[in-house]
Design a protein. Sequence first.
Length: 148
Amino acid sequence: MQAIQHYYNLVEEVIRDLGVDPATARGDAPGQWNMKLGSASVWVDVFQTKDEQGNFLDYGYMQMLAPICDVPSENQAAFTLELLQTNHVLYGVGFTIYEGKTYIKAIRELEGLDKSEVRSTFDRVGVYADDYDDELKAKYFPVTGGRG
């Protein structure tokens, strides 16, 4: 695996190509970025794994998440079934639920990662999140006007 900065640079090149200043998208910690693609927020984390003693290992990951909506308090079975069925037709990403929230998620090892893969991951996460956020909110949160 190359130095972690190499992967930070790849992500920032793609963010710049998407028309966003990487400096404004940087998160609180190195290897974190937050930005909008269409109506979707996209969160990016590039990180190395550590061993039990806290030493960096020679592998890491790029993870992208886009928050979609809360998990509805009603119709949860239908909601989760729809997410699972939708996962079957998605490419390189999937729906996930964490702490009562629904996300589109992609994760990939850093080893061998190149700029085209970073870009395609941004495209997939952004397009799918932009497509499904409004659809799921309108279907499962109609009383709140689609906000969930």
